[in-house]
Design a protein around this ligand. Structure first.
Ligand SMILES: O=P(O)(O)OC[C@H]1O[C@](O)(CO)[C@@H](O)[C@@H]1O
Length: 328
């Protein structure tokens, strides 16, 4: 097997051979959540290229009229077996798009329907990946920052590659710093029937994945990922001293929205978990990359909390009643 970096390099070469003016980021569930930071990056930095995040099934039903030979479609599925995502790759290829699929296995139905694949590194929740610099979030940034480097001369790709060398150290320190707090939080929150998550900008996808994958899928707790700007347009009405909220504070341009939500949460709520990227040591990460890489840090820290929550609830993260068990 070639290394993920070699696979990425080949894809960056392939970008040079074609016109690309639109990126579709297509996946389901947790794999969809991890596409959001890359859309944020393209929205902020690209001058000629746009990006959209689609659920795989909706991508086919909605059938965007701009999907065609000038499109890059990036798909992701952990084991490359989610049927909607394989169908979406086939659909995109049929429209003439360049299809690139991420998965952590070497062979899978999704690979068969894609022009290129990247095999990313993967570790179970809360465990430090031996190679976080080539885990899924990092690969997505390599592919999207690499795209803007190739097509628009954007300089962030080099800064990304250098910064990713320090990611392992950053995450290691974050785990040490979080473990005791995570254990205490898990004891306090284990019997809560509902926990809301909130974030904005580059971190919204992280809040979404913690709500739908960790709390709902893996802990069977009610949840909803609330956008920090949308909080004031409905959701804040449920806030009270006994309603738990998790707020992610990032380092990106939308942080003022999270700060506004924090102020209100502190005034009217009590059961709050605030995870602020500012509180972690991000030495080695380029200043210009800290905002973009904060979701990788916060996502990892949240997984440390997830492991402790599962231990406290006695509900293993692997337990499912429907997923992969009944027809759907
Ligand atoms: O397509 P993937 O990434 O293999 O996803 C399969 C499942 O894994 C999750 O991402 C997390 O368990 C779910 O949301 C999804 O249904």
């Amino acid at each position: 097997m070639t290394t993920a970096q070699e696979q990425v390099n080949r894809i960056l070469e392939a970008y040079k051979e074609r016109t690309i003016n639109r990126v579709f980021l297509v996946a389901c569930g947790g794999s969809s959540a991890l596409m959001h930071p890359s859309k944020y990056f393209i929205d902020r930095e690209a001058t000629t290229i746009t990006a959209e995040v689609y659920n795989s099934n909706e991508f086919i039903y909605r059938n965007p009229s701009t999907l065609g030979s000038d499109s890059l479609v990036i798909l992701c599925s952990h084991k490359g077996k989610t049927p909607e995502t394989t169908e979406a790759a086939k659909f995109a290829k049929g429209k003439g798009a360049l299809t690139v699929s991420l998965m952590y296995v070497e062979t899978a139905p999704l690979a068969d329907e894609s022009d290129f694949i990247v095999n990313y590194s993967w570790a179970p929740p809360g465990q430090l990946d031996a190679h976080p610099e080539i885990a899924n979030y990092a690969i997505l940034y390599r592919l999207t920052m690499g795209l803007l480097a190739v097509k628009e001369g954007n300089k962030k790709y080099e800064k990304l590659v250098q910064s990713l060398d320090s990611l392992s150290t950053v995450l290691n320190k974050a785990k040490e710093q979080s473990l005791e707090n995570a254990k205490a939080y898990a004891q306090a929150a284990k019997d809560e029937p509902v926990i809301y998550t909130m974030a904005s900008g580059v971190n919204y996808g992280i809040a979404y994945s913690f709500a739908i994958c960790i709390l709902m899928e893996m802990q069977w707790k009610h949840s909803h990922a609330i956008h920090a700007g949308e909080f004031f347009h409905g959701p804040f009405e449920v806030l009270d001293k006994d309603v738990p909220f998790i707020l992610l504070m990032g380092l990106d341009e939308t942080r003022p929205m999270e700060e506004r939500a924090l102020k209100f949460l502190k005034e009217h709520g009590e059961k709050l978990l605030i995870l602020d990227a500012k509180d972690y040591d991000m030495s080695g990460i380029d200043e210009e990359m800290k905002g973009y890489l904060a979701p990788l840090l916060l996502n990892f820290v949240l997984r440390v909390y997830a492991v402790e929550l599962a231990a406290a609830t006695g509900h293993p993260l692997e337990t499912r009643r429907y997923m992969f068990k009944v027809p759907y």
